[in-house]
Design a protein. Structure first.
Length: 80
């Protein structure tokens, strides 16, 4: 059986956010994807503005080509 869902790590335990049909006490393999650490939040307003300006410049420098496929929200979130 393959089940795929989302969970949060809270107080040393994975808490499922999606329902799972596994029986009580079932053992399973857990695969964690994504960054292990998060960068610290940017609190300085000037630094945040500079970062947003760089991001906007990169976006404008690399536009999406005409005729590119349009992806749905689900496709964007499930791409690997």
């Amino acid at each position: 059986m393959i089940w795929r869902g989302r969970a949060i790590f809270q107080d040393g335990t994975f808490v499922l956010r999606d329902r799972c049909a596994l029986p009580e006490g079932a053992e399973f393999d857990l695969r964690v994807e994504g960054p292990v650490s998060q960068p610290p939040p940017v609190t300085d307003a000037n630094e945040r503005a500079a970062i947003l300006q760089r991001v906007a410049h990169r976006m404008m420098s690399h536009p999406v080509a005409n005729g590119s496929p349009r992806l749905t929200r689900e496709q964007l979130h499930e791409r690997r």
